[in-house]
Design a protein around this ligand. Structure first.
Ligand code: PHB
Ligand code: FE
Length: 325
């Protein structure tokens, strides 16, 4: 296992610090993130890099593989994490040019958090849609600490019941997104039997979601054992290419998302899926996928958080697809 190292103490001429984790070095200039390791190097537009890094940090390395692009990324082993270059790239693998180092997750997280904070300048919000944020480019200028450490709104009890906490409607401080101006904002009427007023609840979930100020950031809104229901609002491109380590179900709640589905190991094309409102898809456990949402849309992601699943799929004790037609 490698070791996480703190940032170098002096910024470069653009004002940004360099970071290192094991053999991987990270530097940014005005336009790009530069990643290097013994035997190779890679370059990514810095807005793309920061949007992927934001999710890797906020989701604690997520499920399975977080490909920042076709070359660089992380694989979550839930306690340890692989940092890799070219590991899931057919070309790198064929020439034996890939590199992978394993760290304790708590070694990588602080380095990634510090890099995200240092490299995100004033006005740039890595969770925002392109039309709703300033630029990521240019010399170091201020920071956006509030955006990169943003925490999801947490309900005190089932949303819809008295004192659930997140203030509803305009009082919440969140405005209805410009793309959801047509979403009905009226709340359902609840007529509870006397004595049950505090137990029966209902709320307008579409209205609630229409005020989401972030994109491609599923929130957990219901937990029943390992079943996690995670709605999210999507616009433009999913900033990571996600390599599944289990099946994920998608329910397209509004509008339309196009998915590129490729082989998890090599990135070879497998399918294109166009999901329209009401469509349901099961994304297999042996693929990677990236979504494209032409306008802001609502997606429900259904995750099975059972920690035994990755091994069952890896050992082929479970089929990668949940349904045969
Ligand atoms: C996914 O990789 O399945 C995923 C990630 C983030 C989203 C939606 C889907 O917002
Ligand atoms: Fe996924």
């Amino acid at each position: 296992m490698g070791d996480g190292k703190a940032q170098h103490s002096t910024p470069n001429r653009h004002g940004y610090h360099a970071f290192q984790i094991g053999g991987f070095k990270f530097e940014r200039d005005e336009y790009f993130a530069h990643i290097s390791w013994p035997g190779g190097n890679h370059i990514m537009p810095v807005d793309k890099f920061l949007k992927a890094l934001m999710r890797d940090v906020a989701w604690n390395f997520f499920y399975g593989v977080v490909n920042f692009d076709e070359v660089f990324g992380t694989t979550n082993h839930y306690g340890t994490v692989d940092v890799f270059a070219g590991l899931y790239n057919g070309g790198y693998r064929a020439r034996n040019k890939h590199r992978m180092e394993t760290f304790r997750s708590d070694e990588v997280r602080p380095v990634f958090e510090a890099m995200l904070d240092d490299w995100t300048i004033e006005g740039f919000d890595p969770f925002a849609a392109p039309e709703e944020t300033g630029t990521a480019f240019g010399p170091k200028r201020g920071n956006n600490h509030a955006a990169v450490t943003r925490k999801r709104v947490v309900a005190r009890r089932m949303v819809g019941l008295n004192d659930d906490t997140p203030l509803r409607g305009d009082e919440s401080g969140f405005r209805v997104n410009r793309h959801f101006a047509d979403v009905d904002q009226t709340e359902p009427e609840v007529h509870a039997e006397p004595g049950f007023e505090n137990e029966v609840h209902a709320f307008n979930f579409f209205a609630y979601l229409s005020r989401s100020d972030v994109t491609w950031n599923p929130s957990i809104t219901s937990v029943v054992k390992d079943s996690l229901v995670c709605p999210t609002t999507e616009e433009f491109v999913l900033p990571i290419i996600h390599g599944n380590d289990r099946v994920e179900w998608f329910v397209q709640l509004s509008d339309e998302i196009h998915w590129d589905v490729t082989d998890r190991e090599t990135g070879a094309p497998r399918a294109r899926v166009v999901m329209k409102a009401g469509d349901v898809a099961a994304m297999p456990a042996d693929i990677r996928h990236q979504g494209f949402s032409p306008k802001r849309s609502m997606l429900l992601v259904w995750e099975n958080a059972d920690s035994e699943l990755p091994e069952l799929y890896a050992k082929k004790k479970l089929k990668p697809n949940p349904v045969d037609f």
